[in-house]
Design a protein around this ligand. Structure first.
Ligand code: PMM
Length: 285
């Protein structure tokens, strides 16, 4: 009934429990922390703080993917993330770069990043998968149907679990065909990306079917709108900054479902949650 992570991703930490990835959005417009970490010094301090809280990895991103967001130019994205990636990596913090651009991934890895997190699974930039193969670093391949400006118009499925599984399997095949090592690939259902709340819940309730693809799973549900709706009172969404308890609950349940890594904004609550899940899973064997 309860599951330990099916597998770990090579060349990343292996704490023998679900990993916790802390998020640093170096953006003016992310839904979860709009603009709070846009200045490099603030972003670096935040990354350090997440590391002190126990984050196994810190994910640095320079492009907001909230529904409707406009894309920054590549130079703008590089200016946002490279100083942050460089400073955190130099302190021994394991950094992943959240980008859909091969050029940003390449610069970030040369600045010290250990992994690439591409929400498009290599579909947004056809140079991405060959670049990651050459860099020989891990990559998270997320389910994605299109850029933020239009993605919610693509939230249409007959069977969301089967379709996400098939579409993400095609991206895994593309990654392998580009020469990326199988043990460098993690898979993510892309909670909130071209999905309604109902779709998100069905995917979370059927993580075992995504696990059946045979790759470590990442889940990024932290602070997302479907939690705001779940916790709404008097038709008012729960504010973004009051969704961390629910996010930690998702982390515990995801860990029990055998997820490899949860991507969260509040690290300490999710770290406690995955430790409880890990102890619970051990007691149930
Ligand atoms: N969600 C966001 C950004 N990057 N990466 C992965 N792998 N999975 C996600 O669900 C994901 C992601 C959007 O959330 P944010 O604006 O709070 O970073």
């Amino acid at each position: 009934m309860y599951a330990a992570p099916a597998a770990y991703v090579a060349d990343l930490p292996r704490p023998e429990r679900c990993l916790v990835m802390g998020v640093v959005n170096v953006t003016p417009d992310s839904f979860s922390d709009a603009g709070a970490w846009l200045e490099p010094a603030a972003a670096i301090a935040h990354g350090r703080d997440l590391h002190r809280q126990g984050a196994d990895l810190v994910d640095v991103g320079g492009e907001s993917t909230r529904p409707g967001a406009e894309r920054p130019g590549v130079d703008e994205e590089l200016d946002r993330v490279i100083p942050v990636v460089g400073a955190l990596s130099a302190e021994g913090i394991v950094v992943s770069i959240d980008t859909m651009r091969a050029a940003v991934a390449v610069e970030a890895v040369s600045a010290g990043a250990s992994a690439v997190n591409d929400v498009s699974g290599g579909a947004a930039d056809l140079d991405m998968l060959p670049a990651v193969a050459r860099l020989s670093v891990p990559i998270t391949v997320m389910h994605w149907r299109g850029h933020s400006a239009t993605m919610q118009s693509m939230a249409s499925y007959t069977d969301v679990v089967a379709e996400v599984q098939a579409e993400v399997a095609a991206r895994i095949d593309a990654a392998l065909a580009a020469g990326i090592r199988a043990d460098h690939i993690a898979v993510d259902p892309g909670i909130g990306f071209a999905k309604t709340g109902e779709h998100n819940w069905r995917l979370l309730g059927h993580l075992d079917e995504l696990r059946a693809l045979g790759f470590p799973l990442m889940v990024g549900a932290s602070r997302k709108a479907f939690l705001g709706s779940l916790l709404a009172e008097n038709a008012r969404l729960r504010p973004v900054d009051a969704r961390d308890d629910a996010s930690a609950a998702i982390s515990a349940l995801a860990a029990l479902a055998g997820v490899w890594c949860v991507r969260v904004h509040d690290v300490s609550s999710s770290l406690d949650a995955v430790k409880v899940a890990s102890r619970w899973a051990r007691a149930s064997t």
